[in-house]
Design a protein around this ligand. Structure first.
Ligand code: DC
Length: 228
């Protein structure tokens, strides 16, 4: 294995386990961790908090230059702040989840966040062993030269069950509601990114019948193979 700094792109649909897998892989390999979905959520939280109509693309485009979004990239303690306020909990609220696809579909929002993501990745390459970046478009848009590209997927039922367990089945109304919600979000996200399609050069990992540890192990093997 060489010590060359690397970028690991982990893309995939909602509920595929990207966050847990990406953090686990980053810890195992001593890399930084970047959650790009958290940035889209932070942008959405700021819009809602500041009374911007998230269904008005022009209003969102005009406002999206204002919030200062900072992502902490320690996989043991990932953080996200907006204008200095830590919003890690707020961005997981149902209101944000319901609105995030609309905000993420506004091109100036994407342009701004993609530029920020590239800055963070470049800094991680310069200052550490590299970074595991997770999202929907890392391998094809944000960082097409990533040394290792993983497309993480799972059956809709497995994804819904995972999301339901994360949220607490009572609060989410059970896996049935979560499956409907996931399907709706997948469809909305598909207008902007390709949540069900692996980018060229990406290796598909299907997590449906694997435990979290097994998926992490598989991805670590793939990264080490790509590193040479
Ligand atoms: O991974 P997540 O559920 O936290 O992502 C939140 C939303 O952000 C998701 O609905 C799609 C969008 N997103 C995106 O468009 N591009 C990314 N790179 C990451 C997330």
């Amino acid at each position: 294995m060489t010590d060359k700094a690397i970028v690991v792109a982990v893309d995939g649909p909602s509920g595929s386990g990207k966050s847990s897998v990406s953090k686990g892989v980053a810890r195992r390999l001593g890399l930084r961790y970047l959650d790009t979905g958290a940035q889209y959520r932070a942008m959405t939280w700021w819009m809602l908090h500041n009374g911007v109509d998230v269904t008005d693309g022009q209003a969102v485009a005009a406002a999206c230059v204002k919030p200062v979004i900072v992502s902490g990239t320690d996989p043991d303690e990932p953080s996200i702040s907006v204008d200095g306020e830590e919003v890690g909990k707020q961005i997981r609220m149902a209101e944000v989840t319901a609105a995030v696809s609309a905000v993420a579909g506004v091109q100036p929002v994407r342009d701004r966040l993609i530029a920020l993501q590239r800055q963070i990745i470049t800094a991680a390459l310069a200052e550490s062993g590299g970074v595991v970046a997770e999202g929907r478009d890392i391998a094809d848009v944000v960082y097409p030269t990533a040394e290792s590209k993983i497309f993480l997927t799972a059956s809709p039922e497995a994804r819904a069950a995972r999301r339901s367990a994360e949220l607490g089945a009572v609060a989410s109304g059970g896996a049935g509601t979560t499956l409907a919600d996931l399907t709706r979000r997948d469809a909305e996200d598909a207008k902007t990114t390709r949540p069900h399609e692996a980018a060229p050069g990406a290796i598909i990992v299907d997590a449906t019948h694997l435990t979290l540890d097994q998926v992490i192990e598989r991805v670590v093997e793939l990264v080490e193979a790509a590193r040479g």
